[in-house]
Every structure is written in C-alpha cells, then in structure tokens.
Design a protein around this ligand. Structure first.
Ligand code: URP
Ligand code: ZN
Ligand code: ZN
Length: 482
C-alpha cells in the first residue's frame, strides 16, 4: 500500500477553501478532514503543509510533446515535457495527435500513444482532423467509443499543411456532435495568413518581425467568428484554443451572451508577453518567440484577464511546443520557415499565480478553476481530476504562495534552450507535486519517472451534450402548410 498524509494545509478547490488534512492511498484521495489522520495506515508518509495551499494538480490542456512540425521535431518528448510540468505543479496534459493529411486517424493515434509511453505524468489526446473522408468519420467513432478521445482539433491555419477547409470543419463538427465529442479550433484564417505572409516578404521584411505583421488580430477574430457561427448553426459546443486577442475574446463573449456554448483557452504567454519581442535585434531571441497566434500588443492582455475573471474564457494552457535555436534558425532568411512554437509547461502555474492572484486579478479558487477544474469539466475528467475530493486521483500541488524564483533557461527542466519568461521573478511556487499519490517533486528535487504516466480515457458526453442541437432544430424554419 502507498499512503501519504498531507497535514495542515489550506485545501483550495474551485468552489471553496478549508483547512483540512488529506490522506492519499494507492493513488486516490481516501479521506479529507478529521478522518484523514485517524485513517492513516501505520508507516504512512507524512508531509507538513502548514502555511501552504493544497490544490488540484494543474492540467495543461494544450501541449505538443515530440511533435513533428514544420520539418523538425520538438525538443521536449513526453518524458522531458511532462517532467518539466511536474516541477511546476502540472500533473496532467492533454496533447494532440496530428495526422498528416490522408493519414488514417487511428494510425496517427497509435503512433502518438507509442511516443507517450515514456510520459512521467497522466495524459490524454485531442485528435486533429486534418482531412475528410468516410474513413475519418469512422475513425472518429472508434476513437470516441473505444479509446476515450472526446475532443477533436481543427487547424484553421497552416495552409498547404494541416489546415482544414470549411467543408471539413462542417463535416467534422457534425460528426463530433453525433458522437458527443467537443470540437476545438486553432482560429486563424489560413488563407489570409498565406496572402499576408507573401505580401510582407515581398516588401523585403524577412525577419521575425514579419510574423505578427502577417497574423494581425482580425485574422484570428475572423476565424473565431466563423467557427462559432458554424458551431451555432449545427448546435454543437465549441472550444477555441489559445485565444490571444480582443477580436477573438469578444467573439466568444458575444456568442455566450446569446446562449451559445463556446469555451475559450488562454496561454500563460499571451497573458504576460507582448509583441515587442519580435522587434528584438537578436534573431535568435525574436525567433524563439515565433508562435501562432503571435504575442500581441499589451492592450490585448488586459482583455484576456478580464475574460478569465468574467468567465467568458475558461482554461489556461501553454501550447508547450519547443524548438531550440538551431531549429528556429531554419527561418533565418525567411520568417515563414521559423518553426512555430514556444515552451512554458513548468512556468504556467507560477506565472498565472503571480500575475493573477498576486496582482489581485484572481482569487485562489479562480486560479484552481482556470488551471485545472474547468479543463477537467470541459473534457470530462471531472471529478476524477480538477478537484481535491474523496475518490479523486491524488494529483495535487502543495503551493507556497510566498516563495519566489527568477525564471531562466539555465535552470528550467525543459530541454529547450530558451525560456520566454526569462528573467521574470514570480512569487507563488509549487513546493511539492504529488502524482498518483506519490511525491514526484519536493523543494527542487524532481523525481519524475519515465513510463509511470497513464493514458487517461475521457468518456464521450451524454445526451445533454446533444440537447443544444434541439435548440438549433427549434430555431429552424418549419414548412408552411398550404
Ligand atoms: O505556434 C504554435 N502554436 N505551434 C504549435 C501548433 C499550434 O498551432 O498549436
Ligand atoms: Zn494552434
Ligand atoms: Zn498548439
């Protein structure tokens, strides 16, 4: 038996805070409160949580470990990436299976499952729909029914690679609804990006500063509005990943005010980093920030924070997708060839705590909501994950709200050679991370083990998910009797 008793901490859930001891037995939470100490078995490991907060381990709903992308493969694999997450208090990830166009979804899924076997933390997959056929529709069914995939990703950007056209979006959204699965989108108009990239390059702008110029906020706003409109017509909920700008956040807020089920994810990076990084004189530094959507002028950050406060944006992620300087150098002569992606899985929780709770924008419970609970609810992992409750997985973070560190690539755990939060001093750190009831990180000592992370099936949503379709049917014009 593996047992751990955490004593004296304040337990923070998305809906309440209480001083309570927590007993974990064999990977699950067995007791909370007075019973915890009395039920602790002999020889139980004990952890003093006094002066600290005990929260659900973070869930990062958007990572790309070992991703083959833009002619190269990300620096972090499923071990190094999840280990870095554990060091920062993140105990689960949802990564992406991204089939090549024409590749059967099931083949790609098996490939990714194999790569993820070395994972140090629990994980699941969104599966991208990059093309359409009857076979894709059948594989979506198999993935939902047999493999515990309940979300499908659609890239509205990356023309001539993995971009979905509207026909694929429509077919896939409809199929997702039928299956009780959540469609998700990377919202950027890929045709506009393609055109603007060519125009920017023709003007002689070949450096990383060309990247944001070719992806202005309205490119994201258009795609968000289009995806939301398609979802509304079909009566399917929709989740928009890495919302970076006012135009997309407003589209979500407007749709929600109409009663549509639209959910938005924000990246830690987009909350605190602005577009000045692309004007850095050093190519390597500017290129290290090339990701899509790009970092935006500061004014957008405040709007994203307000969306999280107001509940019109729901989750926070990293889009952890790491490329080292020699990989980024592929685009030295042409910004279009810089592999898109940045890291952040180790830093997400601290950056959001520091700029969110530390700056008075969020309460600790709101922090839990946007770093784990909402994600667990949206992707049907709740209450197994995303809450500190009896019966839940013992995935926890013991949080020291007064501890500080200065973030640096010299000390981070990721294999990437750059940190987009370099030099930022954050207050609020994981002192201990507990995964499956075991202490895997303790005051700087990372004890991540390759292969112990489990693949977590996420069941399809039930009949209530389809209920939104009835609203669409009610709104449909009825035939007039003559
Ligand atoms: O630039 C990014 N975000 N790279 C990863 C792929 C994606 O678009 O999510
Ligand atoms: Zn994306
Ligand atoms: Zn991504």
């Amino acid at each position: 038996m593996n047992a751990l008793l955490i004593q004296g901490a304040t337990v923070v859930n998305a809906d309440c805070e209480q001083r309570a001891d927590v007993l974990c037995v064999d990977g699950r939470i067995a007791a909370i409160g007075e019973r915890a100490a009395s039920e602790a078995p002999a020889g139980c490991e004990r952890l003093d949580g006094s002066g600290r907060l005990l929260m659900p381990g973070g869930i990062d709903p958007h990572t790309h470990m070992q991703l083959p992308f833009m002619g190269t493969v990300t620096a972090d694999d499923f071990f190094s990436g999840t280990a870095a997450g554990l060091a920062g208090g993140t105990t689960s990830i949802i990564d992406f299976v991204i089939p090549d166009p024409q590749q059967p979804l099931m083949d790609a899924y098996r490939q990714w499952r194999g790569w993820a076997e070395k994972s140090a933390a629990d994980h699941g997959f969104h599966v991208a729909v990059t093309w359409w056929s009857e076979g894709v529709a059948e594989d979506m069914g198999r993935l939902v029914r047999d493999e515990g995939v309940n979300s499908f990703k659609h890239f509205m950007a990356y023309k001539n690679a993995i971009m979905c056209d509207d026909e694929t979006l429509v077919n896939s959204f409809r199929r997702a609804l039928e299956l009780g699965a959540m469609p998700t989108v990377h919202a950027e108009n890929g045709e506009l990006v393609y055109l603007l990239q060519a125009e920017v390059a023709k003007m002689g702008i070949t450096g990383p500063e060309g990247h944001p110029l070719s992806r202005p906020p309205m490119v994201e706003g258009e795609a968000a509005n289009r995806a939301i409109a398609i979802a509304d017509v079909l009566g399917v909920p929709i989740y928009i990943v890495h919302v970076s700008c006012i135009e997309a956040a407003e589209a979500i807020a407007r749709a929600r005010a109409r009663g549509q089920r639209v959910y938005g994810e924000v990246l830690a990076g987009h909350l605190v980093i602005d577009d000045s990084v692309y004007r850095h004189p050093d190519f390597a530094t500017a290129a290290a920030h090339v990701m899509s959507p790009p970092f935006r002028p500061k004014i957008h950050q405040d709007f994203l924070w307000r969306g999280l406060q107001a509940g019109s944006l729901h989750t926070t992620a990293t889009d952890h997708c790491t490329f080292c300087a020699p990989q980024k150098a592929a685009g030295r002569e042409d910004f279009r060839k810089i592999p898109n992606g940045c890291g952040g899985i180790e830093e997400r929780m601290s950056v959001i705590w520091d700029a969110g709770v530390g700056q008075g924008r969020l309460t600790p419970s709101e922090f839990v909501a946007i770093t784990s609970a909402n994600c667990a609810k949206l992707f049907n992992l709740y209450p197994r994950k995303g809450c500190v409750a009896v019966g839940a997985d013992a995935d926890l973070v013991l949080w020291d709200p007064s501890a500080s560190k200065t973030i640096s690539a010299r000390t981070h755990r990721s294999k990437v050679d750059f940190n987009i939060f370099e030099g930022r001093t954050v207050t609020g750190l994981a002192s201990h991370t507990i995964s499956q009831g075991r202490v895997v990180y303790a005051d700087g000592d990372l004890r991540a083990q390759a292969g112990v992370g489990r693949y977590i099936k996420r069941p399809a949503f039930g009949p209530n998910f389809q209920a939104v379709q009835r609203r669409a049917e009610v709104n449909a014009p009825t035939a007039v009797a003559r």
